[in-house]
Ligand binder design. Structure first.
Ligand SMILES: C[S@@+](CC[C@H](N)C(=O)[O-])C[C@H]1O[C@@H](n2cnc3c(N)ncnc32)[C@H](O)[C@@H]1O
Length: 452
């Protein structure tokens, strides 16, 4: 791999005798990881059914290395949301964020959703996650990933940090800023990205990162955590951003984390003012672990514990929801345990409604379906959220069958089954909808997701 000369010289100066093993790590193959979606199935159940060659990622119990030849990104299990493909060292960030059910959590720079889907997994459908992304195209991909993983407690927004900051003051138990960065830890994964590297870009990124943190800080409640992470190595974007932020914002302090060998610490020699506190931050290096590298800092907002939280109640127009109630009665074997609310002709569900007025919202909770003229059509999100035993009619295809491939391609299948809506399953786990009539299963797998 050809790396910029200036980059190599900078790393050599920074790492000293470690430099040789660091630079040699670029000759090794990059690492590949997937994280099991425990909202959908348990780790044991996944390990029992999958055909991949997996080995555990030591710092994330849901995480496994896979062999690239297994291609799990192009497998029916992927479409059913059984796992998320994620770079192994990136999995460490949410371990340090340590989300809990019932918390309010903000993921401020969330697309494409690696950290958000892991956060939601640990929240187990309880509490509320706001998954925000500034870039509209990336926000759409984020929203699709939230859908694919069958997540019920997440609101996806598309706003700049300043808007989120104004809207949610002292609100969240935990806020993650997984900041846009110069991506030095991604060069093995995306070799072309090293061509965009420059010292100037490192400086621009550092300014932007500090700016984002300055907005993020207001959204954290007292006693809450602000977690900052990057996938780059430059001290300007890591130790020095945190140093500047903490010097200016005395109500925040770095939280010491449990040592986890072979993760390393932030280095005060890489700060501007020999800032000792920084050794509470985490450094993950590609020459020390099987992963591409990350920086993580966990900060607490001190001063007691207080939060501003106004719950919102949406008026429920039972008449408008009539067709949905009929669907519920005809097909569902359990109550949907949240507040159902219409958003235009769409119906959504959230356990806790919060005020999101004025924000660009792509997904205000779990999408349940659409009210059409005199009928209700269930959404793809609902299919991915439901388990086999939640729905009266289902059809399961084997992951090795022709039928599942034909289903994913959008074909109509000849089949004998119960008339009406059927939850389509792969090896027992939901993947989409089909509607059965006279021995034909009409395919409702979304057009935009169909396999070519
Ligand atoms: C490192 S990526 C986030 C990865 C994501 N957390 C994940 O785990 O999948 C950083 C994100 O920040 C967004 N971003 C870029 N400029 C930004 C800005 N000025 N403010 C907030 N977010 C920004 C990028 O579009 C990108 O999606």
């Amino acid at each position: 791999m050809i790396l910029p000369l200036e980059y190599k010289e900078k790393m050599k100066k920074m790492l000293g005798e470690d430099y040789l093993s660091f630079i040699k790590s670029y000759e090794d193959e990059r690492t590949y990881g997937l994280r099991v979606n425990t909202i959908k199935l348990s780790i044991d159940n996944f390990l029992n059914i999958n055909d991949f060659v997996l080995s555990p990622i030591p710092w994330c119990k849901e995480g496994f290395y896979y062999l690239p030849g297994d291609n799990p990104g192009k497998h029916p299990y992927h479409e059913s949301g059984m796992y998320y493909i994620q770079e192994p060292s990136a999995m460490a960030v949410v371990e340090f964020l340590n989300p809990q059910p019932n918390e309010r959590i903000l993921d401020l720079c969330a697309a494409p959703g690696g950290k958000s889907t892991a956060i939601a997994g640990k929240m187990k459908g309880e509490g509320i996650l706001i998954s925000n992304e500034i870039n509209p195209k990336r926000a759409r991909v984020l929203s699709e990933n939230i859908e694919r993983m069958g997540i019920e407690n997440t609101i996806v927004t598309n706003e700049p940090p300043e808007t989120i900051s104004k809207k949610f003051r002292d609100f969240f138990h935990k806020v993650l800023v997984d900041a846009p960065c110069s991506g030095e830890g991604m060069f093995r994964k995306e070799p072309l990205s090293s061509e965009e590297w420059s010292l100037e870009n490192v400086r621009t990124c550092a300014e932007r990162q500090l700016n984002i943190l300055e907005y993020a800080k207001d959204t954290v409640m007292k006693g809450g955590l602000l977690v900052y992470s990057t996938c780059t190595f430059s001290p300007e974007e890591n130790e020095q951003v945190i140093e500047k932020f903490l010097k200016k914002n005395k109500e925040f302090s770095l939280e010491k984390q449990k040592d986890f060998y072979p993760f390393e610490h932030g280095q005060n020699k890489w700060t501007v003012s020999n800032f000792k506190e920084i050794d509470k931050a985490i450094r993950i290096w590609p020459h020390k672990v099987k992963g591409e590298g990350h920086f993580i800092a966990v900060m607490m907002k001190n001063g007691g514990s207080s939060a501003h939280f106004n719950k919102v109640k949406y008026p429920l127009d039972k008449n408008k929801l009539r067709d949905f109630y009929q669907f519920e009665e005809d097909y569902l074997k359990r109550d949907l345990n949240g507040n159902i609310f219409p958003f235009g002709d769409n119906i959504y569900m959230l356990k806790e409604n919060i005020d999101i007025k004025g924000l660009k919202v792509l997904r205000p909770g779990l999408h349940i379906g659409i009210l059409k003229k005199n009928r209700f059509e269930p959404s793809h999100s609902l299919a991915l959220y439901l388990k086999k035993d939640d729905f009266k009619n289902s059809i399961s295809f084997s992951s090795h069958s022709d039928e599942i491939i034909r289903y994913l391609k959008g074909e109509t299948l000849n089949f004998h089954g119960t008339k009406g809506w059927n939850l389509v399953l792969v090896d027992g786990y939901s993947i989409g909808w089909g509607k059965m009539s006279n021995g034909v299963l009409k395919n409702h797998y979304p057009r935009g997701l169909r396999w070519l």
